[in-house]
Design a protein around this ligand. Structure first.
Ligand code: UGA
Length: 436
């Protein structure tokens, strides 16, 4: 089966490469000539473990190709995926659908046979209806259906998530759409991945509801962590204790510096806008957004406290370990590290940092931070070391070396990757999240 993937960003490229790996014939399309040129040379536009090898082997096998021409790319495709960006619109937080609609129009104008058009981009409820209208208005003579198929993959674990999904959600309004999508995902049926057919609008909402629910779960445990600190409890025990209840589940209950990334912050805002437009307030999500925003700067203040308070911090030096919003990505979008660094800089602290993959992206976002080649170079002369992102490389720090290099043995662990007793036994002042 031939599949066209319009948009070779994160979702488009991972999905395209995985579909090709299933045996489909996939063309990834992108307007950005330099991105396509680099893909032809085997250079990935994003950092995602395993993606370069997957792309290389499927290109070699002749199942995956790249082009800037949409008309050429969609020729003969039974399924045409729209996987372009839907950033937050400046000013109001609505998802900006201009790229999605522009692709829909171009697809309609260039259809050369019957096809199912699938929105994989995260799009607000009702977008599928508009995509259908736009394509119909191009006057195409070919049969088409518009289907919603949201993506649930996580950065850093995207290939595994795509190949072994918890579920596949397909929102279709007719049998033609459902049949073609069954064929697209047939390799996963054989793996017994659950597939849920819904209406198009339900499918569109499922994506936002899932991300908002996960953001809520994280924010809930973050607030419990604050309470744990006040009452002398341990948030990891609380997470375990509630997570063992099957109705709650153990995942996404790791307390930390607040969620970041390109998805939760953007999708929660877009959901609030939809709720407002339909006069159906989602107050829980409103609270989640507010609590999470204020948490990021609060983490900076936590570091100042560890330095003896805002006054005593002026002129001191702090080392940040990890800058990306989570490990195994180079993505800095809405990373808590940005707010932590800014809070420290505002208080007159000198900040140095190391991140295994994110420093290039981080540099323009935090020009006053000194980027270092390795964790120990960042720690040299620091009055406090802060673990902001839980990269594996920070899980076994050489504490003797840290003590030798640092100006003071102070560790602030915003991801709870160490055991407090162990670190304190080595002579460190150790602060973490929700553990007295
Ligand atoms: C998220 C969802 O998990 C995916 O299912 C979804 O497809 C994706 O958004 C999307 O909409 O495209 P992602 O943003 O890659 O994926 O990252 P997550 O692993 O979900 O982490 C998000 C943030 O929550 C990170 O900042 C992470 O550190 C934080 N987090 C996560 C916690 O603080 N605690 C947890 O227990 C889990």
């Amino acid at each position: 089966m031939k599949i066209a993937m319009v948009g070779s960003g994160y979702v488009g490229l991972v999905s395209g490469a995985c579909f090709a790996d299933f045996g489909h014939d996939v063309v990834c399309i992108d307007k950005d000539q330099s991105k396509i040129d680099r893909l032809h040379e085997g250079v990935m536009p994003i950092y995602e473990p395993g993606l370069d090898a997957l792309v290389e082997s499927n290109v070699k096998a002749g199942r995956l190709s790249f082009t800037t021409s949409l008309a050429e790319g969609i020729e003969g495709a039974a399924a045409i995926f729209i996987a372009v960006g839907t950033p937050s619109r400046r000013g109001d937080g609505h998802a900006d659908l201009s790229f999605v609609y522009a692709v829909a129009k171009e697809v309609g104008e260039n259809l050369s046979g019957e096809a199912v058009i699938v929105t994989k981009s995260t799009v607000p409820v009702g977008t599928g209806d508009e995509v259908e209208r736009i394509i119909r208005d191009t006057g195409t003579a070919h049969r088409f259906a518009v289907v919603s198929n949201p993506e649930f993959l996580r950065e850093g674990a995207a290939i595994g998530d795509f190949k072994r999904p918890d579920r596949i959600v397909i929102g279709a309004e007719d049998d033609f759409g459902r049949e073609v999508m069954r064929e697209v995902y047939r390799p996963l049926f054989l793996n017994e991945s659950p597939i849920l057919f819904t209406s198009r609008r339900s499918s569109e909402l499922i994506k936002y509801a899932a991300n908002a629910f996960l953001a809520t779960k994280i924010t809930f445990i973050n607030e419990m962590a604050d309470l744990c600190e006040k009452v002398g409890a341990n948030v990891q025990d609380v997470s375990r204790g509630i997570g063992m209840d099957n109705r709650i589940g153990p995942k996404f209950l790791h307390a930390g510096p607040g969620y970041g990334g390109s998805c939760f912050p953007k999708d929660t805002l877009a959901l609030l806008k939809t709720a407002e437009d339909y006069d159906s307030p989602t107050r829980i999500v409103e609270a989640v957004v507010k609590v999470n925003d204020s948490r990021k700067r609060a983490m900076g203040r936590k570091v100042l406290d560890a330095l003896g308070g805002a006054e005593a911090s002026r002129g001191k030096k702090v080392a940040l370990l990890g800058l990306t919003f989570k490990p195994n990505t180079d993505d800095m979008r809405a990373s808590p590290a940005i707010a932590v660094a800014q809070t420290l800089i505002d208080a007159g602290v000198q900040v140095s940092a190391y991140d295994p993959e994110g420093m290039e992206q981080a540099r323009p976002l935090m020009p006053q931070v000194t980027m270092c080649d390795n964790p120990y170079a960042a720690i040299e002369g620091a009055d406090a070391t802060v673990i902001v992102t839980e990269w594996d490389a920070f899980r076994a720090l050489d504490f003797a070396r840290v003590k030798e290099l640092a100006a003071a043995a102070v560790l602030v662990d915003l991801r709870n990757i160490y055991n407090p007793e162990d670190v304190r036994a080595l002579g460190f002042t150790y602060e973490s999240i929700g553990r007295a």
